[in-house]
Design a protein around this ligand. Structure first.
Ligand code: ASP
Length: 307
């Protein structure tokens, strides 16, 4: 398996219920995931780096309004967009992340600019925005990011909250996009991008830009998570997977299943994650009703799934 590549993507664990899934939305969702896989696979097929592949795949997902990142991001309780994103390169553990960012069309590119243009790992708000402008990244107005679906979800969340209730289905609050890859040289990388959770407090930062929680790449595995971010942070979800593989000798399947089903699920951590190891194995476990996801290995056929 040394010269083959592997790529997995997710469009979030916040899938709509089976009942509400129309054939049109289902088709569009599979097509959006397939486009992201192709964007990343095109890089890997030509011998490109895992880091470039996950960046390309996440940009494609950010551009797709069906998913909660970039265009189509959810709203804060104040009716605004505050986006979080991260990238990480496994071989040298270089990482970049942004939080509470509004403006750049592709927040993942801003995260990458943090990694490549500063000595820091995380920049927030205006400083992140300034960096993105200096890096020449494309910006968009609020209208570009607006979707009626996310706006309606916010109104519903606020109405429930006013009555002291929360949605019974935790997964409806979720959404995030991500990609993990192993390139032909065996290097790993991860990227994640999100609007966060619907109705989040202004200033709230989720697990996505927290290295070791929602995003991680090292020489063992690359992980991108989606779900109840606070729980991913408290349990260091992504770092726990790498640690279990490194210190307990667990396989990627065992380590990811343990974290998703035995650590996150019992602790109100609904969601899931995608992961790849240095051998090109891929795991895509989730404990929610569904998770938009897909993967492709070398010349194999790309696979996309929702439930
Ligand atoms: N993990 C993201 C966050 O907490 C949201 C999600 O994936 O549903 O910001």
């Amino acid at each position: 398996m040394t010269d083959t590549f592997a790529l997995a993507v997710h469009g979030g664990a916040g899938t709509i219920g089976r009942a509400a899934l129309t054939p049109d939305i289902e088709r569009a969702t599979h097509a959006g995931l397939a486009r992201a896989l192709e964007a990343g696979a095109a890089v890997l097929r030509d011998g490109g780096a895992a880091l470039d592949a996950v960046t390309a795949a996440v940009c494609a997902l950010e551009d797709e309004p069906l998913f909660n990142a970039g265009r189509g991001a959810v709203f804060t309780s104040a009716g605004r967009h505050e986006m979080d994103a991260a990238v990480m390169n496994g071989a040298d553990r270089r990482a970049g992340a942004v939080a509470g960012l509004f403006g750049p069309r592709n927040p993942v590119r801003a995260a990458r600019a943090v990694m490549e243009r500063t000595p820091h790992v995380v920049l927030i708000g205006e400083a992140a925005e300034r960096l993105a402008r200096d890096a020449g990244l494309p910006f968009e107005e609020a209208g570009y990011f607006f979707t009626q679906k996310r706006w309606d979800a916010l109104q519903e969340t606020l109405a429930l909250r006013a009555r002291g209730e929360t949605s019974k289905d935790a997964s409806v609050r979720h959404g995030t996009v991500g990609a993990v890859a192993r390139d032909r040289l065996g290097n790993l990388a991860a990227a994640t991008s999100t609007g966060g959770m619907t109705g989040k407090a202004p200033g709230r930062v989720g697990d996505t830009p927290v290295i070791g929680a929602g995003t991680l790449a090292d020489d063992v595995c690359a992980v991108s998570g989606t779900g109840h971010g606070e729980v991913f942070i408290r349990f260091g979800a992504a770092a726990e997977i790498s640690a279990r593989m490194r210190h307990l000798g667990e396989s990627l399947d065992m380590a990811t299943a343990h974290v998703v089903h035995r650590i996150l699920a019992p602790n109100d951590g609904s969601g899931g994650l995608i992961a790849v190891d240095r051998h090109g194995n891929v795991a895509l476990p989730f404990n929610s009703e569904g998770m938009y996801r897909g993967y492709v290995k070398g010349d194999g056929t790309p696979v996309t799934s929702i439930f």
